[in-house]
Design a protein around this ligand. Sequence first.
Ligand code: PHE
Length: 337
Amino acid sequence: MQSRVHEIRREFDRDLAGARDPEALERVRARYLGRRAGLLTGLLRDLREVPSAGRAAFGKAVNDLKAHVEEALEAAQARLVPGSAREAPIDLTLPGRVQRPGASHPITQVSALIEEIFLEMGYTLESGPQVETDFYNFEALNIPAHHPARDMQDTFYVEGGLLLRTHTSPVQIRTMQKRRPPVRMVALGRVFRRDSDITHSPVFHQVEGLVVAEGITFAHLKGTLAHFCRKVFGKGIRIRLRPSYFPFVEPGAEYDISCIFCGGSGCSRCKGTGYIEMGGAGMVHPAVFEKVGYDPELFTGFAFGLGIERIAMLKHGIDDIRLFFENDLRFLSQFPG
Ligand code: PHE
């Protein structure tokens, strides 16, 4: 009797291996588990006729075979009948996987806007290295050796006498060295300072502007800054220039825009002054022209700089500069661009 069990098992395995489609599988199932003529069903019926001494062993052998047959049929079913796999049922009530569109970083968005405004006015886009020499970052910009900007407190120095540029002004020098006037350029890029708090980050972005030709005046500078600020913040913006000092410009100035929050009447954002500081500017210092071989008797020029984060913060009402560098999606997804 036991050998009959083994025989059926072998037969079953062979039949199942030959079943290549759901119909063939059903035929195998019927042949072994069919209620009336199933071979296994027949074996169980035979159990009654087995002498009681061998009955338990035979019963166990038949039950083992039955378990084997059921398991193998189920595995084959999962393989042959699509969607029938028990271990991976499709739950149609589960929410779908949302494909979220990406967007450029808010700093990239504001940079693109700034570039567009200056390209429209015929400026060229220039760039320079982030790891600079003392010559380009300081020396050529008329920043003397004892100037506080060179202090270890403000500048990241790297090996080999190099440093991380503290502003985009070195691109002025690089551009003038490779080109004769007229020059009309902007340079956008990363700058680095040893500074970190809610409004200062050790890495941030600046825009540098430089225009050099015969007959360039301070009026051109003011007109350009006013046009730029109105393009960014709206037509009603007024600008104001205050005397200030940068070694590479003379006269030097800082420029402000009328407060975009209160329109100039004074509020907490502008600390009651009605104005918000934007950046530095001035007429290119003759000593800078001499460094790059431009004749200061022939040419004049203006230069200006400003922080890109600052513009983005004002435009979007963001009060912590560090948010731009944390790459938190909850922040970034608010700027779908
Ligand atoms: N480079 C100056 C700074 O980073 C800004 C500036 C640029 C001032 C050009 C005048 C002219 O503070």
